[in-house]
Design a protein around this ligand. Sequence first.
Ligand SMILES: O=C(O)c1ccc[n+]([C@@H]2O[C@H](COP(=O)([O-])O)[C@@H](O)[C@H]2O)c1
Ligand SMILES: Cc1cc2nc[nH]c2cc1C
Length: 348
Amino acid sequence: MSTEFAPVSPPDETAKREAVARHAQLTKPAGSLGRLEELGVWVTACQGQCPPRPFGRPRVVVFAGDHGVTARGVSAYPSEVTGQMVANFLTGGAAINVLAATAGATVRVVDMSVDSEASPPAVTAHKVRRGSGSIDREDALTEDEVRTAIEAGQAIADAEVDGGADLLVAGDMGIGNTTPASVIIAALTGSEPVAVVGRGTGIDDNGWMRKAAAIRDGLRRARRVSTDPVALLRTTAGADITAIAAFLAQAAVRRTPVILDGVVSGAAALVAEELAPGAREWWVAGHRSVEPAHSLVLEHLDLKPLLELDMRLGEGSGAVAALPLVTMSARVLAEMATFADAGVTTSP
Ligand SMILES: O=C(O)c1ccc[n+]([C@@H]2O[C@H](COP(=O)([O-])O)[C@@H](O)[C@H]2O)c1
Ligand SMILES: Cc1cc2nc[nH]c2cc1C
C-alpha cells in the first residue's frame, strides 16, 4: 500500500493566455466582468482548451464519518444524525441534493467511518471503521486505516474522473467534524486554539468551552506530527477527512478542477497541498464559511472565495452554490460575440 501521489502539473499556460486574449475581444468593456473573467481564464487553463467546453458532469462526493471526540460534547447534535443524514442524501432530501439539482450537478455519498451499520452496501464499499478515535486523547486512525482511507480518496477521484466528471466538489457530513478540522488548521497555520474554535452546528457558550478544550488537547498531539501530512491525518483527521484530502490531491493529479466548500474540506485541502504540492492551482474557493478557521485556510492557500453567504452547512453546499458562477464564466468565453463578429466598435 502507498500514500504517494503522482506529481501535480500546473493548468495549461497557453490556454490561459488564449482566454485572456479572448476576453479582450468579447463585446464588453475590458475587464468589466471582473472576477468572472479570472474564473473563466482559470477554467480554460484547467481544461487546456480555449474557448472552454461547457461542463458535462459536475460531480459532488459527500464523505461521511463520525468522530469519537463528539463524546466530549463539542457539537449541538448527536452522532446518530450522521447516519440519518446519509439516508437523507440517498433519498434526495438534503440541501445538497436540492442545490446540486438546481446547479446541474449529481451527488454521490460515501460512508467512510459512520458509527452505524445502516448504510446500504453501495455507500460502504470504502468504509474504514465505525467512528474515528477521540483525537483529544488517542489517534483518529491506525497506520493501516490511514493508508486505506488515502487509497479510498484516490480511488474515488480516479473513478469519478474516469466516469466523465469534469468538475469535482468534496462535501462532508459528520457530527463533530469541525473539531478535527479546526485542529488540523491550527496545526498547519500555526494558530492558537482560540483562533480556530467556531460554533459548528450551533453550540452554546458551554459547548464552545468544551470544544476549545478538546481542540487544545488535540492540537497538543497534532503539533508533534504537523510536518508529516500522513501522520497528521492519522492522529487527527479521521477516515472521512483523510479521504477528502486524498480526493482533492488526486483530482489535481488528474488535472480536474475542484470547487472547494467550507471548513472541513478546507482543512483537508491544507493537507492535500502538502501531499501533492501545486494541487491548489486546480482549486477555486466556492465560499467563505462563517467558521473562523476557514478564513485561515483561505489566507494560507491564497484563495479568494467566490461567495460570502454566511453559510455553515457543509455537504458541499457552499461550493455548489458557486457552481452557477463557474458555469457562467465558461459560457461567457464560449458563447459571447466578439467585437468583430458583432460589428461593435472597439475604440474611440
Ligand atoms: O462547511 C462548514 O464550514 C461547516 C461549518 C459548520 C458545520 N458544518 C457541518 O456541521 C457538522 C459539523 O459541525 P459540528 O458542530 O458537529 O462540529 C458537519 O456535518 C459539517 O458538515 C460545516
Ligand atoms: C441536520 C444536519 C444536517 C447537516 N449537514 C451537514 N451537517 C449537518 C448537521 C446537521 C445537524
